[in-house]
Design a protein around this ligand. Structure first.
Ligand code: HEC
Ligand code: HEC
Ligand code: HEC
Ligand code: HEC
Ligand code: HEC
Ligand code: HEC
Ligand code: HEC
Ligand code: HEC
Ligand code: HEC
Ligand code: HEC
Ligand code: HEC
Length: 488
């Protein structure tokens, strides 16, 4: 019994001794001296993992005495400055042996390497260090999980964290005077920004569009906001029906956009002249364009269509009925190639949605006429093209007529745009120009073909005459020869 209690007692003593040994002397002394840092560090995720002050600052946390604990020989580095700060963090965060084996952590492990390649990895104006360090975004001594609502990189705090620099005109000017500093201001006017300010962490903030450690210049083809990458960036959320469930908007924008004439041009052909989501919604002020401003949005690229529409009879009519301008006929995310089928009074035509024989009749008549004109130009163009090709195959010189066909094509293109004047006279003018040219081309083509046949006939007759002459000459010679032999 006695021996047992001795064993237990000595075990307890040894426990106490080892826990004393394990006690973090850096922490306890700094607490005693009333260091604010020690107070803050209690909330830190590293403290919760049992990491001592020495985890970053070096030194020996088991030493009571300050001189021994904070001795350079024990690896004490003092207060890191500049790039040394991130190097300290990377000591663990870029090291699998430490993170996985010592701390059983599944966090990703290449933040520093990625950061160095990012736009923020460039040298600061001092030339001595990178623009940002890990602590610029995560803080120091009170670092918490990025999923904690008190983290400076939690979605509702991100805008403030980035704007520290990006809304500071004087600071930013030293780097790139051409870079706007209005991102936060504009962001606050967007649907994303307004909800974020109310504490909703789901709508996009700076990091959801730009990335975190891997932020690149918007002009860098690898940037998440580079035109060809942007639709996928927005789709991360907007195509995720589960994520968007609590909001009362559809989640089909990307699906529709990617098969639209714009989406195909941008994503399949890499044509960065075609609009990505932000060309219509704005970069930081992302809102759906209002009914009144849609034609302005489309008009930044299709300026002629927009100005024709603005002076057309539809402008007033659509404004009164609060109909969105281009969208009413073309849609917005699902815009497809416009064809002649849209025009006219057949059931597929857009005009017949509002204009019927007995309803808004003037438009009905105009729509019908416009389509007839376009059809007749098209068939006339087809015939003219056939004639010219035929003549070319027959080896006739018709380059001038071939050249004029380009003007016909031009007139057809122009007329498709001029539909938007919804004005029959203007439309007629362009089309009749086209029709006149097809008339000329047709007659030139026909003339060349006629000429070909004329020449062929001419050649035939000439050959015939020559043959007849030759044969009769031959016969005559034979006759003379025969006569001569008989005379002999
Ligand atoms: C016995 C008390 C004591 C212990 C143990 C101790 N410190 Fe300190 N430490 C201090 C005091 C006091 C200061 C302030 C002295 C000063 O300003 O020069 C200080 C300053 C510091 C500073 C700031 C230095 C600077 O240049 O501003 C750091 C960093 C630091 N300690 C880290 C540590 C670490 C890491 C450990 C453990 C390995 C540790 N300390 C252990 C008392 C202690
Ligand atoms: C995760 C790494 C890390 C840990 C752990 C850490 N520090 Fe620091 N500490 C830093 C970095 C980085 C700086 C420099 C911050 C800067 O200059 O922005 C710093 C700066 C300091 C400073 C000087 C500047 C200031 O903020 O007053 C003191 C003092 C200090 N640390 C003490 C401590 C003490 C005491 C502990 C433990 C209670 C501790 N640190 C734990 C990384 C750490
Ligand atoms: C001694 C090793 C070590 C050092 C040095 C270190 N960390 Fe950590 N860090 C960890 C460990 C371990 C975790 C917790 C991992 C886990 O929960 O899976 C962590 C967690 C974090 C987290 C929270 C991640 C999350 O969302 O769960 C952040 C942010 C972080 N560290 C930033 C820093 C910064 C900034 C520095 C430098 C000032 C730094 N760390 C230095 C080991 C270290
Ligand atoms: C420009 C701001 C910024 C800088 C600089 C930055 N981070 Fe982060 N970090 C973030 C944001 C935002 C998140 C959360 C979103 C995410 O996971 O990408 C994050 C997430 C993390 C996480 C947890 C998620 C993960 O990646 O596994 C760790 C750990 C981390 N950072 C460490 C670091 C370290 C180490 C450095 C320095 C080498 C650093 N960070 C520099 C903004 C930053
Ligand atoms: C310490 C200040 C600082 C912080 C904090 C900061 N940035 Fe920057 N950022 C800069 C500077 C300076 C540049 C310009 C670099 C250059 O072009 O030379 C820059 C460049 C950028 C660019 C590229 C601009 C372009 O198209 O050329 C983007 C995007 C960006 N930052 C986004 C962010 C986001 C998002 C955050 C927050 C997670 C953030 N920044 C936090 C200083 C900062
Ligand atoms: C909804 C997505 C989205 C959000 C949220 C967002 N950005 Fe942007 N950001 C963009 C796009 C798109 C561009 C421009 C790309 C281009 O010019 O083609 C851009 C450009 C930038 C630029 C380059 C200069 C400029 O203004 O054109 C900086 C810097 C920048 N953003 C910082 C931020 C900051 C800081 C925040 C948070 C306050 C933020 N962004 C939020 C999408 C976003
Ligand atoms: C992090 C997820 C996320 C990303 C990334 C994101 N959004 Fe959003 N967006 C949301 C949420 C959530 C809403 C709020 C829905 C609502 O309006 O109630 C929203 C709202 C919108 C709205 C307003 C819809 C309405 O009528 O109320 C538009 C427009 C929009 N986003 C466009 C974009 C564009 C363009 C991009 C890419 C440049 C983008 N979003 C990237 C999550 C995101
Ligand atoms: C050609 C211009 C254009 C492009 C490109 C575009 N949008 Fe839109 N978007 C609109 C218009 C116009 C509306 C408003 C429709 C209305 O309210 O009548 C809209 C509405 C929205 C809405 C509100 C909900 C809804 O579906 O009506 C969201 C969210 C949205 N767009 C996201 C996106 C995303 C994400 C992309 C890229 C994949 C994108 N948009 C590409 C013009 C565009
Ligand atoms: C009342 C219906 C209607 C409205 C409103 C309308 N369009 Fe059209 N649009 C058409 C029809 C019909 C065609 C096809 C003409 C054809 O190919 O015969 C067309 C063709 C087009 C074309 C292809 C021809 C070309 O010009 O290159 C573009 C681009 C176009 N529209 C843009 C717009 C824009 C931008 C707006 C808003 C300012 C708009 N449309 C408003 C009916 C409309
Ligand atoms: C950033 C410039 C840009 C914006 C903004 C834009 N478009 Fe386009 N649009 C294009 C380009 C480029 C094409 C040609 C794509 C291709 O086929 O290669 C095109 C093609 C079209 C076509 C098919 C034309 C044809 O010949 O059949 C229609 C219709 C159209 N756009 C309507 C719209 C409408 C409506 C809007 C506004 C809601 C709009 N666009 C906004 C650039 C733009
Ligand atoms: C969304 C309904 C709608 C569509 C689609 C539509 N219109 Fe109209 N249109 C109207 C309204 C409303 C008016 C004004 C009432 C009126 O004068 O009949 C109007 C007026 C007109 C006018 C002027 C009539 C006048 O009195 O001077 C013409 C011409 C016209 N439309 C042609 C067309 C053509 C061509 C199309 C197809 C490309 C078309 N509209 C498609 C609703 C529409």
């Amino acid at each position: 019994m006695k021996t047992l209690s001795i064993i237990v007692l000595s075990f307890l003593v040894s426990l106490r001794v080892s826990s004393q040994q394990r006690e973090d002397k850096c922490m306890s002394c700094h607490e005693v001296i009333g260091d604010n840092v020690a107070e803050m560090y209690k909330q830190d995720v590293h403290a919760h993992k049992g990491i001592s002050c020495s985890g970053c600052h070096g030194g020996d946390p088991h030493m009571e005495e300050m001189e021994q604990a904070m001795a350079v020989e024990k690896g004490y580095i003092g207060v890191p400055k500049g790039d040394d700060i991130s190097t300290v963090c990377a000591k663990c965060h870029s090291n699998a042996a430490i993170m996985v084996k010592e701390y059983n952590s599944i966090l990703s492990r290449n933040q520093l390497e990625i950061l160095q390649l990012s736009v923020h990895g460039k040298l600061s104006v001092s030339g001595k260090e990178r623009i940002v360090q890990c602590t610029t975004c995560h803080g120091v001594h009170g670092i918490v999980s990025v999923k904690s609502p008190s983290s400076p990189v939690f979605p509702t705090h991100v805008p403030k964290t980035c704007a520290k620099c990006h809304s500071d005109a004087i600071f930013m000017r030293a780097y790139n005077p051409a870079l706007p500093v209005d991102q936060l201001e504009k962001y606050h006017t967007s649907v994303h920004g307004m909800l974020n300010a109310k504490g909703d962490h789901k709508p996009a903030e700076c990091v959801s569009c730009h990335g975190s450690h891997d932020i690149r210049s918007a002009k860098d083809a690898k940037s998440a906001v580079y035109p060809t990458n942007l639709p996928a960036t927005c789709a991360k959320c907007h195509s995720n029906a589960r994520y968007m469930k609590e909001y009362k908007i559809p989640s089909d924008q990307f699906k529709k956009y990617s098969v639209s004439v714009h989406g195909k041009a941008l994503l399949e052909k890499g044509d960065i002249g075609a609009p990505a989501c932000n060309d219509c919604h704005g970069n930081h002020a992302a809102v759906p364009p209002g009914t009144e401003s849609i034609s302005q949005v489309c008009g930044t690229c299709h300026s002629l269509n927009a100005s024709l529409f603005a002076s057309s009879p539809h402008k007033k009519a659509f404004d009164q009925k609060k109909l969105p301008e281009c969208e009413t006929c073309h849609g917005y995310h699902e815009i497809v190639s416009a064809t002649d089928e849209l025009l006219g009074v057949s059931p597929d035509a857009v005009c017949s949605r509002c204009h019927k024989e007995n309803q808004n009749q003037k438009g009905f008549i105009v729509a019908k006429k416009m389509r007839e004109l376009i059809d007749s130009l098209e068939s006339s163009d087809r015939i003219a093209t056939l004639l010219v090709s035929d003549a070319e195959q027959k080896g006739m010189e018709v380059s001038e007529a071939r050249f004029k066909l380009r003007d016909v094509r031009q007139a057809r293109l122009q007329s498709r745009t001029l539909v938007h004047s919804f004005n029959l006279e203007k439309f007629h003018e362009v089309l009749s120009n086209g029709l006149t040219i097809t008339g000329v081309v047709k007659s030139q083509g026909q003339a060349a073909i006629d000429e070909y046949y004329f020449r062929r006939w001419g050649l035939g007759i000439a050959t015939l005459i020559i043959t007849v002459v030759a044969v009769s000459l031959y016969v005559t010679i034979r006759r003379i020869e025969k006569r001569q032999t008989r005379q002999e």
